[in-house]
Design a protein around this ligand. Structure first.
Ligand SMILES: Nc1ncnc2c1ncn2[C@@H]1O[C@H](COP(=O)(O)OP(=O)(O)OP(=O)(O)O)[C@@H](O)[C@H]1O
Ligand SMILES: [Mg+2]
Length: 515
């Protein structure tokens, strides 16, 4: 008997329908799995066989052919175990009542005893199943809530294959679909951070710089000695960014779902992600890739923050591969048969010590690096990457008496309010330009139109650039950042004082900085 089970395969952040055909032949031997399976799928047979026998069913003695259609797309992973096993039970008529199988999509990895293990991409699979008009989706219980966000689809979470066979034998009875109130859960947890800017004592000027970065979506680099609080400050950036919108949250959740990075029983990601990969990370792990393309850290940071701590320690090649995705806000991975896009729109935060010993330009301690070491250290960061960072912020440790002071600090909520107001001004400004939402994303043509400064401003900027020895590339960055400062003030024009503040955030462009 020939049986067809509906399954799904995930490419990029979308799922496509796959039909698992199982045919039990009257003669012949040895099972065959065809339709471009990878090794994990081929090994599936071992898990299926063990599950069937452990649960008191019989393995057929004659040939079984499993075809995963369409045959021209590569199938990977172990999630086809469950549909293959159910298909086999139906084809051999050990599953008595199989008429309803056609109404469901079934996916899950089996362990040897028939217990189910997590699958990747349950959310895009559910979206696809709904689109095709299926009545229900059966997935491992740990993935059910993530899939259950999709409306108008019964999503059943199961822990064991026996629950699936019972469900169909009893005429679709015995399982309760998950109910997820996405909206309520989303809005309830949006601001439930366990860290806050008020944890950071002092550092008013750094907090101000991060407020500007958040307000304009500017990439930023924190430069300072060990223990100055760089990591602590960077981690708090998501707490002052505007709230995720529902479509943004869904997009980010899909990426995490596909990567298998959603926590068990998770639903929608409601907070902006903060990713901080270690500096030993490989190119593929950072930007994505692999024979079955998987999203990298830059995509897991989509709509949030990518924090590269100790920037000069990263391999140069790793930083180079990031350049294009930073521009395009997505990464395209091409394989023989398909090309997939992973969104990668993130704010880049980086940190570094100013020099190998860490105390260059320190107010109290002397730098012990040999001459030229500072410049050499800086040169480890590629110029083009540095070009994409609008703010350079020098962080010095707060003195002990400030650390121990009981004075209350500005909260993330207060900073966020100002950020949101400034973003609203920008949204209105860029309304007619699709794909541009904040000042950091302005093209150089828009910059010329939008960041107009008067003669006094011009004169000030010229003088400052000469005096500090700022390079030409600093010019555009200063204009963009001063536009954001103006937006935070609710000011229509870029006033000289905004320029003056923006000029402070170009440390690394100063001629004598490494000197
Ligand atoms: N302004 C501050 N307010 C409160 N705690 C602080 C402050 N600055 C530093 N700390 C404390 O010092 C610790 C070290 O800070 P952090 O790890 O952020 O430093 P860093 O600049 O990243 O150093 P490194 O270069 O060694 O990574 C923090 O975890 C925090 O406990
Ligand atoms: Mg640190």
């Amino acid at each position: 008997m020939l049986v067809k089970i509906n399954g799904s395969a995930v490419y990029g952040v979308e799922a496509i329908p796959i039909i698992i055909e199982v045919n039990w032949m009257p003669s012949g031997k040895d099972p065959m799995i065809v339709g471009l399976p990878d090794n994990a799928v081929k090994e599936s047979w071992q898990r299926v066989e063990s599950t069937i026998k452990t649960n008191g069913y019989e393995m057929p003695r004659t040939k079984v052919v499993v075809n995963l259609a369409p045959a021209d797309i590569k199938k990977s992973g172990a999630a086809f175990d469950l549909p293959i096993a159910i298909g086999l039970l139906a084809a051999t008529e050990q599953l008595k009542n199989s008429t309803a199988l056609a109404d469901y999509v079934i996916m899950g990895e089996l362990s040897l005893d028939g217990a189910l293990r997590t699958v990747k991409g349950a959310l895009p699979i559910a979206i696809q199943a709904r689109k095709q008009g299926f009545k229900g989706l059966i997935v491992p219980k740990v993935n059910a809530r993530e899939a259950g966000m999709v409306n108008n689809l019964h999503v059943y979470g199961v822990e064991h294959i026996q629950e699936v066979t019972d469900f169909f034998e009893n005429g679709e009875q015995g399982l309760t679909p998950v109910v997820v109130n996405t909206r309520d859960e989303f809005f309830d947890s949006q601001y439930a951070f366990d860290i806050d800017f008020s944890d950071v004592k002092g550092q008013e000027n750094i907090k101000r710089a991060l407020e500007i970065a958040a307000a304009g979506g500017h990439n930023a680099l924190l430069i300072g000695p060990p223990g100055a609080g760089k990591t602590m400050l960077a981690k708090r950036l998501p707490t002052i960014l505007p709230p995720l919108t529902l479509p943004e949250a869904l997009e980010t959740t899909k990426i995490h779902s596909v990567a298998g990075k959603l926590p068990e029983n998770a639903t929608l990601i409601s907070k902006r992600p903060f990713r901080s990969p270690h500096h030993t990370i490989s190119d593929v792990a950072l930007v994505g890739g692999g024979s079955t393309p998987q999203p990298g850290e830059i995509s897991l940071a989509h709509n949030g923050v990518l924090f590269l701590d100790e920037l000069p320690e990263f391999k140069r090649s790793v930083l180079e591969v990031m350049r294009q995705p930073i521009e395009e806000r997505k990464v395209t991975i091409s394989r023989a048969r398909i090309a997939v896009d992973f969104p990668a729109s993130f704010m880049l935060m980086a940190s570094m010590n100013p020099c190998p010993c860490g105390f260059h330009n320190h107010p109290e301690r002397a730098c012990t690096c040999p001459p030229g070491a500072v410049q050499k250290y800086l040169n480890k960061i590629s110029g083009p990457l540095l070009d994409r960072i609008d703010l350079h912020v020098e962080v010095t440790p707060v003195p002990f008496n400030e650390l121990s002071s009981e004075r209350s600090e500005k909260t993330s909520a207060a900073i966020r309010e100002a950020v949101i107001r400034a973003r609203e001004i920008q949204l209105a400004r860029f309304e007619g330009t699709p794909g541009i939402y904040c000042n950091a994303q302005m093209s150089s043509k828009q910059l010329k139109e939008i960041c107009v400064i008067d003669n006094i401003g011009q004169a000030l900027l010229k003088k400052a650039m000469e005096k500090l020895g700022l390079s030409a590339r600093a010019y555009d960055r200063i204009l963009k950042v001063s536009r954001t400062i103006a937006d935070l003030e609710g000011a229509a024009t870029i006033r000289p004082e905004f320029l003056a503040e923006a000029i402070q955030y170009r440390s690394l462009d100063r001629e004598n900085w490494a000197g």
